[in-house]
Structure formats: structure tokens, C-alpha cells
Design a protein around this ligand. Structure first.
Ligand code: ACO
Length: 318
């Protein structure tokens, strides 16, 4: 059997930190409200000269280093971003040019919002598993600070900037056990980011019906866990680590409860990074691997959920 396996991870967070106390000076909110309702304490904000490409570049190079690979070893670059530097060329192509590896497949996924990383991860897994390619670089890179309305307290407190990267390569041992992707366009009005006019990037700001989204997320993710574990004939107790999308600590707590798992076995970066959309899963994974919590051989359940609605999971033997 041929599987794909995580060979390396990397992350990048902009230097500037915006705390909840800083936000109190911008909108009518409090540190206490934000922490109680979301679990967020602070977020990173990209500098003017940073964008989805520069951040993806930094995270990708770290992941390649950890994997012991050179850029020329990469056969496919997939970048998920709802906040690309340009509509085209894709962030992946701009990254490819920076890495000097013209010729390999490179494309962006931008229609899957916060679930984008799971979609990219799944696509890379399929290509590697079939033998079509050997190594894929999958990155989530987001400058959410440029698409939130800084006058809207119900959304601007939630998001942050950053990039996370994973290098996947072939293995005769598992590996990625299965991936699961879904979408439901009937919920298109619950969370959306319209195109604007004469703006760079050409986007308006995130609109969200937070309450409805919260309930949908909890139900959908609960079903997704069942589907993922059943596919592999595994039990909740087999999962060592939950690596969730970081939208709200209360959603994450509900997911840990669903898995009958202590929060100590959940990779949480939300408090320090807020919701970095499609970058949040690889960033959480990278942190947990880097500080030694996630160990080789452990079973990881990764899940993402976002606008579309779109959602996805992966069960991975790290
Ligand atoms: N500070 C103070 N008060 C606020 C703030 C704020 N920043 N934002 C909203 N409020 C007020 C509201 O105006 C409302 O006041 P009212 O009762 O007088 O009308 C009150 O707080 C409660 O608002 P709710 O929206 O009901 O608060 P809720 O407990 O639902 O929390 C939140 C809001 C945090 C957005 C939550 O609903 C949530 O996390 N939803 C899910 C988000 C999600 O799943 N995202 C994942 C996909 S999105 C993505 O990742 C791109």
C-alpha cells in the first residue's frame, strides 16, 4: 500500500500583536466579553509589506526544512487562502516563482474558506496515494485583518493573520488514513465575503450570522467525526489529538466533549492567534509538533469548517 505522510510542518505569524485591550479602544467591546464568548486573548496582524504570499513563503520554507527537502523536491503546491495577494496569478504560482521551481503544479483553493486547508490536504493525499506525485506542499495563508470591518465588533474581534504549512510525501506505512470533504451551499448566507469594487484585494468585509453558524458547526462537526472514525473502524478513544479549526473555544470544547476527550489533547492556538481561517489548522498542528506534544505514531483527527458552507476532516497516523 502507498500512503501519504506528514514529513514536515511550519508556521509564520506576523510580529505585530493586537490584544483585546487594544480592541477596546477601536470598538465597543471588552476583554472579558471576547474571552468569555470566544476564548481569544490576542491576534497577530500582518505588516503593510506582508501578504498571503510572503507569509506562505516563510511557513513553507520552515516545513521544507523540517522535512529535509529542497524546494525542487516539491511536485505540487496548494495554497488555501480567502485573502490572496491577487486573484491571479495564484498565491501558489507566486510562491513557486519565489522558490524557483517553475514547472510543478501550483494552484490556490479560495472557495472553501476556513475549510480550505482540509481540502488542500485531501487533494494532496489523493495525488500522492495514487503515485501521480511524490511531494506536495500544502499551505494555508491568510490576512484576515484586511477583510474584516474594523467598525463591526461582532466580527473584527474574531480574526487574525498567519500562515501554516505541511509537506506531505509518500510512505509504505500509514500515513493519512482517510480524508472527508463536504459542502452545503444552502447555508451561503450564514458566512460570506462579497467581492467589492476598486479595492485591492477586490473584497468587501466578512459578514457572519455568528449564532446560527455556531449551531451548524457543532452539529456538522459532530457528524463528521462519526463518519471519519467509522470509515476507519476506530473508536473515539483511539484518537490521541484533535487538531481543530480555531473559530471559537466553545465550539472546540463541544468537539472535545463529543470525542470524550480532555482539552489537554486538543491543539489550541485560538487564545494567542484568534481565527486565522484556513491557516489555523496547520498552525495548530505545527505548534503541537514543535513543542513536543504531538509525537510520531500518534493518531490525529484534523477538522475544518467555514463559509460555503464547506467542511472537511482527516485522520492521520503521524
Ligand atoms: N463585544 C461586546 N459585545 C458584543 C460583541 C463584542 N465584540 N459582539 C457582539 N456583541 C453583542 C451582540 O451585539 C449581542 O448583543 P445584544 O444581546 O444586545 O443583541 C450580544 O453580544 C450577544 O451576541 P451573540 O452574537 O448572540 O453572541 P454569541 O454568544 O453567539 O457569540 C460569536 C458570538 C463569538 C460570533 C459566536 O456566535 C461564534 O463564535 N460563532 C461561530 C463562529 C464560527 O463558527 N466561525 C467558524 C467559521 S468562520 C471562519 O472560520 C471564517
Amino acid at each position: 500500500m502507498r500512503y501519504s505522510k506528514i514529513l514536515g510542518t511550519g508556521g509564520y505569524l506576523p510580529e505585530k500583536i493586537l490584544t483585546n485591550n487594544d480592541l477596546e479602544k477601536i470598538v465597543d467591546t471588552t476583554d472579558e466579553w471576547i474571552i468569555t464568548r470566544t476564548g481569544i486573548h490576542q491576534r497577530h496582524i500582518a505588516a503593510e509589506d506582508e501578504n498571503a504570499v510572503t507569509m506562505a513563503d516563510r511557513a513553507g520554507r520552515v516545513a521544507l526544512d523540517v522535512a529535509g527537502l529542497k524546494p525542487t523536491d516539491i511536485d505540487m503546491i496548494i495554497v488555501s487562502s480567502t485573502t490572496p495577494y491577487m486573484v491571479f496569478p495564484s498565491t501558489a504560482c507566486l510562491l513557486q516563482e519565489r522558490y524557483g521551481i517553475a514547472g510543478c503544479a501550483a494552484f490556490d483553493l479560495n472557495a472553501t474558506a476556513c475549510a480550505g486547508f482540509m481540502y488542500g490536504f485531501s487533494i494532496a493525499d489523493q495525488f500522492i496515494r495514487t503515485g501521480a506525485i511524490n511531494h506536495a506542499l500544502v499551505i494555508g495563508s491568510e490576512v484576515m485583518s484586511r477583510v474584516v470591518d474594523w467598525d463591526d465588533r461582532s466580527t473584527c474581534v474574531l480574526f487574525g493573520d498567519g500562515a501554516g504549512a505541511v509537506v506531505l510525501g509518500p510512505s509504505s506505512e500509514p500515513g493519512v488514513l482517510s480524508t472527508h470533504l463536504h459542502a452545503d451551499g444552502t447555508h451561503k448566507d450564514v458566512l460570506y465575503l462579497p467581492l467589492g469594487n476598486n479595492k485591492t484585494p477586490n473584497l468587501e468585509s466578512v459578514k457572519m450570522m455568528g449564532n446560527q453558524l455556531f449551531k451548524l458547526a457543532v452539529n456538522i462537526l459532530g457528524d463528521l467525526f462519526d463518519e471519519t472514525l467509522e470509515k476507519n473502524n476506530l473508536q473515539k478513544s483511539d484518537v490521541d489529538w484533535l487538531i481543530p479549526h480555531q473559530a471559537n473555544i466553545r465550539i472546540i470544547q463541544a468537539m472535545a466533549k463529543k470525542l470524550e476527550m480532555s482539552l489537554d489533547h486538543v491543539a489550541i492556538t485560538l487564545d494567542k492567534q484568534a481565527n486565522t481561517s484556513s491557516a489555523s489548522i496547520p498552525l495548530a498542528l505545527d505548534e503541537a509538533i514543535r513543542d513536543g506534544r504531538v509525537q510520531r505514531g500518534q493518531l490525529l483527527l484534523m477538522e475544518g469548517f467555514g463559509g460555503g458552507l464547506a467542511w472537511g476532516s482527516a485522520l492521520v497516523r503521524y
